[in-house]
Ligand binder design. Sequence first.
Ligand code: C2E
Ligand code: MG
Ligand code: MG
Length: 579
Amino acid sequence: MKLLLVEDNADDVAFLGASLRRQQASDIELVHCRSLKEARELLGGGGFDVVLLDLHLPDARGMECVDGIQAVNQRAAVVALSGQDDEAFAVSILNKGVQDYLVKWEGQGRTILRSIRYAVERKRAELHLNYLAQFDPLTELGNRQYFQDQLRRATARARREGNRVALFFLDIDQFKMVNDTLGHQAGDQLLQEVAQRLGSQVRAGDVMARLGGDEFAILMEGVGTPVDAGTIAQQLLDVIEAPFTIDGHQVKVTTSIGITFYPSDNNDTVRLLKNADIAMYQAKDSGRNNFKFFTERMHTELVEYHELQRDIAEALRKQGFRLVFQPKVNLKTRKLQGLEALLRWDCPKRGPVSPARFIPVAEASGHIVPLGYWVLNSVCETIKAWEQAGLPLVPVSVNVSTRQFQQADFQRRVAGTLEQFEVAPELIELEMTEGLLMEDTDAAHRTLTGLKDLGLRIAIDDFGTGHSCLSYLRRFPIDVLKIDRSFVNEVGASEDSRIIIDAIISLARSLRLETVAEGVETNAQLDFLMERGCFIAQGFLFGMPMAAPQLEPLLNELMEGTALMRVPDFADPLRASGS
Ligand code: C2E
Ligand code: MG
Ligand code: MG
């Protein structure tokens, strides 16, 4: 048992220590501190069973001492130490959740020890009752009170950390019928099995409770988008839809789910649960076995996502995508160093859709995999055509999404495509994001090494925006770091950005990697980069991404560096407009 003695009087400390020793209370580990502040810090670390608290501390008196301790302590019993003259006061603080008080030092060591042990017992019983008050014995889940409690905590955390919390409110659609036809016992069993199945879908850290009757609630921190929440809700619906065997009978039930978010919908926790309830009823009204968001806007967002996903699939089938190429320039020679292939989508319904909008959707839906291969194919096809037309060839960068890279046959398919179009591997550079390094799996390592051995170049795109541990860089066979355009963009305005760029360049230099600056738009940015030693750049200053027919007539000139001398003529609206 671990005891914290909060006492500034050295005599009292010595007395207590001696008393405990005389009682041979060898199971008690005594920790001592002299002020409320120290006590609060120690208790914050947890692990104490009981606190012996003097009410005359250098930094607090009386009730302040008790309040100060209770604010940081839920688990340890508290025994207050009072002087003779404030016994009445000591009695009154028992209402504050203090388990006992001792008048200094009326009792013998034995009385003191007994008081400590009883206090610990009492606290344990209290905690257990508390637990029972928050517990649903049928499903062994928390109950409504527990859920409210957890919801308050989760929302407080989310507020601090700027996170979102998703709340799912579930109701079984045919529960009454099961109860009426098969009896209460069958109903109870169904609830238990529902609880179990739902439990299989939640992650560690999620909170799940039975609110009463056939109502369940689930709380997930860090689930902030309707898309994510929708995916989870669908999984919950699916897992309940599979038939149950109750008492020898096959029983099929469905659920209706209402979803709401903190803080976007409401930040009052009681209101939040009500909103989810309302949304659940809307789900029931619209035919059951589905889910609804509390706000219409969120629902629209989800519907749009699904439409976009469908249209991406269709565009894939109907060759609706095309590629553009953006020059990368060697700043020393001003000559073309390479090109980056970028996807474009002119959707018949929506008009041009930015990759920033559709790539994340394609990633979430998995369409990015066939789309990525389409890009690689088209790039190889284009290079082949340029070669046959006698045009100069430079390496072309292809963006690869992590999801595509993780396909087991990625390396084989890349190799196959290169062979099919007879394109030299040196002409293809693969751009991946930092996320890939963070995985740091053997598989990732093998694939990258394999690609490297084939002769391809590997670049890390948008470098500096992820949270990759820099030591990973050394372990992977990488050729290039592309400095993210957000840093380049802020070179003039942000000291931080300048420092980051400097750091990336010197890091790259020490690892013998090339650096490419993205998004260079102004001469000031260009000057800064050259001064710091980054000699390859890409951006509107040197050229917009262009379709192949537009680029082809320029290729020869770009190789000579002459096209770049005439930047204003170069398809570049920024320059042309004089900005
Ligand atoms: P990224 O790979 O970092 O590509 C560079 C982006 O910066 C391109 O946007 C390009 O048009 C834009 N950009 C180039 N120069 C400038 C400049 O001077 N100023 C500014 N403000 N922007 C500049 P885009 O084409 O909209 O592509 C956005 C992102 O979409 C790409 O970022 C890439 O992550 C992704 N993406 C594009 N094509 C593909 C693809 O084929 N496969 C995959 N997986 N992702 C792609
Ligand atoms: Mg890129
Ligand atoms: Mg980039």
